[in-house]
Design a protein around this ligand. Structure first.
Ligand code: GLN
Length: 445
């Protein structure tokens, strides 16, 4: 059995945020673009599960070590056309599965606010790169919260557009019915501009919405929200054991009321009911999507006496423990019999959740809830996978229902905290305007 040795990875920066940096002389070349846009000359870091032509695409997995992407994701291409400069690829939990960035084959990422803490995951490298000031903004992927959760831990704006808003062409699929490319930035305006630039129909992704993104998404200098109806998930707020996170949420309610919004308490389904829907469906789709990594097509291959032996060895050696856990869970729930009954029940539960949100958003314009149960946790402090999954309990809603959502930082001492806003599908501009009103409280750092 043989395979090329895995590239030894010496961290490229203090936080291990980048897995690849474009050599400086190339990075400073201005891309050819007809006219200047608000993004021209801004630097962009790209999560290493999103393709950029000619650059490595490792998904932080040993299995894809040494693989170079032959083409660019549509989202990246559009941002480059608008004048953004890609400066490198960022670390992540292997294949975007994780909530702390401790599951990377290339070592964990550290939180720039305190290196003893995790930056969140799975887009932890992207969040750390922006928070440390290494780039103006970064792309992440959000399947169950992987843009918003690291944004929360690192004090940034994290924006996940509606499902179908941004092409997934060039994003390595984890759970295709939930995945969406999103933005990590220091302010709402930049996140809005990048989101709008990436958005729109793409012939390479049949799930992209056919309507164009429309009106400018930039919330402007003096955003206001008179007469907006904002739902407040009061029972979720009460469930927060972290007092700082709870206070941030309550302060944001006061601020929105002062700004003229009517804030209405709404009852949401228990997170204990929602999280398993995500766990089951995302694992089932991951099982199917990751079948392509067989050593025959991409990345490393370990030879064996037969094709099957080679496939088994390549996957045994190439995938980390968390990825294997998802594949096995997915294989189980897609099996004939008991397993598939679980999968079908999860599909039906997702339909009910979508119907619930359709009804809810006929009564309110946006929904305010926590992004995470509390601020960042210490590196190495969570060993139980189920405990790790519970960090996603507030973020998975938006993915299951296909809704746009974003994290907005709130003022705090110590580690960053903030709040999450969700809106009706395809209504990004209003959501961004409400986010800008909250941003005026001065929480970004
Ligand atoms: N933390 C979640 C998971 O591990 C979400 C991941 C993501 O959004 N890519 O599944």
């Amino acid at each position: 059995m043989s395979a090329a040795p895995v590239t030894t990875h010496a961290p490229l920066d203090e936080w291990n945020a980048f897995l690849y940096r474009v050599p400086t002389e190339t990075a400073t070349d201005r891309p050819s673009s007809d006219s200047s846009t608000p993004l021209t000359g801004n630097t962009l870091a790209v999560k290493d599960n999103i393709a950029v032509s000619g650059m490595p695409l490792s998904c932080a997995s040993k299995l894809l070590d040494g693989f170079l992407s032959p083409y660019s994701a549509t989202a990246v291409q559009r941002l480059q056309n608008a004048g953004m400069i890609v400066i490198g690829k960022t670390n992540l939990d292997e294949f975007a599965m994780g909530s702390s960035n401790e599951y990377s084959a290339y070592g964990p990422v550290r939180n720039p606010h305190d290196p003893a803490f995790v930056p969140g995951g799975s887009s932890g490298g992207s969040a750390a790169a922006v928070a440390a000031g290494l780039c103006d903004a970064a792309l992440g992927s959000d399947t169950g919260g992987s843009v918003r959760q690291p944004a929360a831990f690192c004090g940034l704006v994290g924006f996940k557009p509606s499902y179908g808003r941004v092409s997934r062409y060039g994003l390595t699929a984890f759970a295709s019915s939930l995945d969406q490319i999103g933005v990590l930035a220091r302010d709402v305006r930049t996140a809005a501009e990048i989101g709008r630039t990436m958005a729109g129909t793409d012939p390479y992704d049949a799930t992209t919405a056919s309507d164009t993104p429309g009106t400018p998404w930039d919330p402007g200098d003096n955003p206001s929200i008179p007469s907006n109806r904002i739902g407040y998930a009061a029972s979720y707020a009460e469930g927060l054991t972290d007092p700082i996170a709870r206070r941030a949420l309550e302060n944001s309610v006061d601020h929105l009321r002062d700004a003229g919004a009517s804030v209405i308490d709404v009852e949401l389904p228990s997170t204990d009911e929602i999280l398993p829907i995500y766990t089951i469906l995302s694992a089932a789709e991951a099982f199917s999507n990751l079948a392509r990594f067989d050593g025959g097509r991409y990345g490393r291959r370990i030879g064996g006496a037969s094709w099957w032996e080679s496939l088994a060895e390549t996957r045994r050696d190439g995938f980390g423990a968390e990825v294997k856990r998802r594949i096995l869970t997915g294989a189980f729930v897609l099996r004939e019999g008991y397993g598939s009954r679980i999968y079908n029940a999860a599909l039906q539960a997702r339909d009910r959740l979508r119907a619930f949100y359709d009804r809810l958003f006929s009564q309110i314009d946006a929904l305010l809830m926590p992004t995470t149960p509390g601020p960042a946790f210490r590196l190495g402090s969570i060993h139980d996978p189920l405990e790790m999954y519970r960090w996603d309990r507030y973020t998975v809603h938006a993915n299951l229902a296909g809704l746009p959502a974003l994290h907005v930082p709130m003022p705090s001492e110590g580690l960053p905290v903030g709040v999450q806003l969700l809106g009706p599908a395809m209504q990004e501009p209003r959501l961004l305007r409400i986010a800008a009103v909250l941003e005026a409280m001065g929480g970004a750092r």
